[in-house]
Design a protein around this ligand. Structure first.
Ligand SMILES: CC(C)(COP(=O)(O)OP(=O)(O)OC[C@H]1O[C@@H](n2cnc3c(N)ncnc32)[C@H](O)[C@@H]1OP(=O)(O)O)[C@@H](O)C(=O)NCCC(=O)NCCSC(=O)CC(=O)O
Length: 392
């Protein structure tokens, strides 16, 4: 932004931005997973303990097996392969410095994964990549500058003036946060076309088993999911809010250390989310729809819930008294891919729009929910636009 001095006053030299009419919309969605390894969940504990040379820790292995059975996950994709681990035994030991080697690997792998997904979204959108005006990239692997956003812009040949933002360490709500930012950018810059890229590779968090990291190992997987705003809206993003649950800042967190990124997931996370989610939703819907919100019940809506873990989905289903199929997209994504942190919500929206195409009947209003260290609940009110003549 150029600032010029005129008549002693500070004045912007650029033309005033025009606001877009109506809410921003998701126009196209693409997803991708790394080609490295696909691990069936029922084989994960055996494979992980063998690769970590920890088969002698039978109690821990037994516990990981018990946890894996309860995750609701069928398989997960990983960039990390056994060959890479053999070449980098330091990845197994949190006490050994390994952050540099991890960052070197993800600096290439994360934008590449995002590129695979972005190419699908751009193809669906049907416009040249050079029409993209803004890029918002969310990843917990963005530990250097320039970062994955610049590399993705280069890989996609985006215009040199593309306006880039990187969100780092936002964890599971990276997707929701990036979408909210894209919404603000699109609504405040008429004609903006925002590429939102979320890409997560667990390589930066990987470690050998210990008593405190089993749940993370059982839960997280790798994936990427860009969206663009499109000419035929898939979902309108009507409003977005964040609510932090008081005194829960120690329940969920990530910490970058010399031996990689540590996750902390307190056992109370699913119940804390269950106890607070309805209040967050009521606030978001009343603020967005006013009295019209009173005519809606939770079962009248479609749901895009970040599948942070099976009990989180179970608690939300039970607290909101949702019908049996309301969380199918979230359950399905958890089952097929595990928790891919910020990228997961893109997979959920992709699954939802596929169901909408197959089923025909679809609610007008929906809610997107994601959870973040804090604990903060990210809520977005979504609207499924009426189907156009072209789509019908
Ligand atoms: C681990 C689970 C699959 C276990 O399922 P259940 O809770 O139904 O089963 P259960 O109660 O019998 O527990 C099985 C065993 O796991 C242990 N256990 C459960 N939760 C634990 C936790 N958070 N930390 C350590 N251990 C835990 C129990 O003590 C028990 O041990 P034993 O067998 O020895 O008695 C589930 O609780 C789960 O998915 N939790 C993760 C939820 C979560 O925090 N997700 C992240 C959301 S935010 C996010 O997505 C992160 C981000 O920001 O990226």
């Amino acid at each position: 932004m150029a600032i010029t001095q005129a008549n002693g006053a500070v004045r912007e030299s650029r033309p005033r931005r025009r606001h877009a009419e109506g809410p921003a919309a998701v126009l196209a969605i693409g997803t991708a997973n790394p080609s490295g390894t696909i691990v069936p969940q029922d084989e994960f504990a055996d494979q992980f303990f063998r690769m970590s040379n920890c088969d002698h820790l039978a109690d821990l292995k037994g516990k990981l097996n018990r946890i894996c059975k309860k995750t609701g996950i069928e398989k997960r994709h990983f960039h990390l392969t056994e060959e890479v681990l053999l070449a980098h035994p330091e990845f197994l030991d949190r006490e050994l410095p390994s952050l540099d080697a991890r960052i070197d690997m993800v600096a290439t792998a994360v934008p590449k994964l995002a590129e695979s997904a972005a190419l699908k979204a751009i193809a669906e959108w049907g416009c040249p990549a050079t029409d993209i005006t803004h890029l918002v990239f969310s990843t917990y692997s963005g530990c250097r500058a320039p970062s994955a956003d610049l590399e993705l812009a280069r890989l996609l040949n985006l215009r040199p003036t593309v306006s880039r933002t990187i969100l780092s360490l936002h964890g599971c709500y990276g997707g929701g946060r990036a979408l909210q930012l894209a919404k603000e950018l699109a609504e405040n810059n008429c004609g903006a076309r925002v590429l939102v890229a979320c890409a997560e590779i667990t390589l930066v968090c990987f470690a050998g088993p210990d008593g405190s990291n089993l749940v993370g190992h059982a839960l997280f997987g790798d994936g990427a999911g860009p969206f663009t705003g499109g000419e035929h809206p898939l979902f309108e993003m009507v409003s977005a809010t964040q609510t932090t649950i008081p005194r829960t800042e120690h329940a969920l967190g990530m910490q970058v250390a010399g031996g990689g990124i540590d996750f902390h997931l307190a056992i109370q996370v699913p119940s804390l989310i269950g106890q607070n989610v309805e209040q967050c939703l009521l606030g978001a819907f009343r603020a967005s729809l006013g009295d019209d919100a009173n005519d809606l019940t939770w079962n009248d809506m479609f749901w895009a819930v970040h599948p942070g873990g099976r009990p989180i989905l179970d608690n939300i289903e039970s607290v909101l008294k949702l019908g049996p199929k309301k969380l199918t997209s979230s359950q399905n994504v958890l089952h097929e891919y595990g928790n891919m942190s910020g990228a997961t919500i893109v997979f959920v929206l992709d699954d939802l729009r596929r169901r909408r195409e197959e089923e025909g009947e679809f609610p007008e209003w929906g809610a997107l929910l994601a959870f973040v260290p804090g604990i903060t609940v990210e809520t977005m009110v979504l609207r499924s636009p009426p189907r156009s003549v072209k789509e019908n």
